[in-house]
Design a protein around this ligand. Structure first.
Ligand SMILES: C[S@@+](CC[C@H](N)C(=O)[O-])C[C@H]1O[C@@H](n2cnc3c(N)ncnc32)[C@H](O)[C@@H]1O
Length: 206
């Protein structure tokens, strides 16, 4: 069990009963609904209190939800029970997790910008490995302009995602769509207000 300052900070945030990021799924993830298979497997990376993993399970997918915070995962289990779905919870670090090879039809990474530039390739290589050929990758993160809004996300610019960064990592995928957006977020108290985000959908080549 890690006791790093980051881990303790997240544990403290998730210790309160309120859902820090709300119980509703991320808007961009919901907009990807038409791209999802009717059945299959999904990996929700750093899924926290489970709002996105639970929603993916409600769409008929067998979901594995990974996060390093046991307090968050307790809330994810409660949310799944409340919604009448089951998800597999794995306590794991997104950078060192043993991502299984070609195991998932969908991999979703929503607001996981805790990674330093040195750590990010470990997470993205794992996500790439975990996707089945033809599998769908969904990413949403904050863009550098978010530092002007200050309505959520990390303060370190090098943690934020840019089009070039996403293209360098996943430009060899099929059907790559990258969009920068500014929109009002209502994701609990933690992501609230006008925000600058960047999102991606793409398919791992067959
Ligand atoms: C901004 S929250 C987003 C949670 C979730 N994806 C969502 O959209 O509601 C970031 C999440 O990353 C988790 N986290 C932070 N560092 C991590 C790490 N190294 N490995 C796994 N999870 C981590 C935190 O516990 C937290 O749940």
């Amino acid at each position: 069990m890690t006791t790093s300052p980051d881990f303790l900070r997240w544990e403290t945030r998730f210790a309160k009963p309120e859902y820090e990021f709300g119980k509703a799924p991320n808007d961009f993830l919901v907009r990807c609904k038409a791209l999802l298979p009717a059945s299959g497997t999904a990996l929700a990376v750093a899924d926290g209190e489970g709002r996105n993993g639970v929603w993916l399970a409600e769409q008929g997918l067998a979901v594995t939800s990974v996060d390093f915070s046991p307090s968050a995962q307790k809330k994810a289990a409660a949310l799944a029970a409340e919604r009448g779905v089951s998800i597999t919870l794995i306590e794991g670090d997104a950078h060192t997790f043993d991502y299984p090879e070609a195991a998932f039809d969908v991999v979703a990474e929503i607001f996981t910008q805790f990674s330093t530039p040195q750590e990010r390739p470990l997470k993205w290589a794992g996500m790439r490995r975990a996707l089945k050929p033809g599998g769908l990758l969904i990413i949403e993160g904050y863009a550098p302009k978010q530092l002007q809004y200050g309505t959520g996300g990390p303060k370190e610019i090098e943690h934020l995602y840019t089009r070039d960064m996403l293209k360098a990592a996943f430009g060899d995928f099929d059907d790559v769509r990258i969009a920068e957006e500014e929109r009002v977020m209502h994701e609990g108290a933690a992501h609230a207000g006008m925000s600058a985000v960047i999102n991606l959908t793409a398919r791992k080549p067959r």
